[in-house]
Unconditional design. Structure first.
Length: 94
């Protein structure tokens, strides 16, 4: 198996992990704070781990957004993250 194929299978395995697609779906709708993702992934430790994995792949990034007079850290999909999520949505069963 080539290195490129290995990387693709690594990505497929990651996307199949619990909560990964839920997080991508939620962030596709709009940027969210860590606490806003609690419905998507209820365990804080797991949520932190999954978000870090998605950040490492450059699917997710953080930004400081102002709400009222305060700034909050939000997670949002990168262009790469949006593209992969749209490709997932486009999958068809044969």
């Amino acid at each position: 198996m080539s290195k490129d194929e290995q990387e693709k299978w690594k990505l497929v395995r990651l996307l199949g992990e619990d909560f990964i697609l839920n997080i991508l779906s939620s962030l596709f709708e709009a940027p969210k704070r860590f606490t806003d993702l609690a419905d998507t992934c209820p365990n804080e430790k797991t949520r932190t781990y999954k978000l870090r994995k998605l950040e490492e792949l450059e699917f997710v990034e953080t930004a400081s957004l102002k709400i009222g007079k305060r700034f909050y850290v939000h997670y949002m999909l990168t262009e790469k993250g949006k593209k992969i999520y749209q490709q997932i949505l486009g999958l068809k069963l044969a």
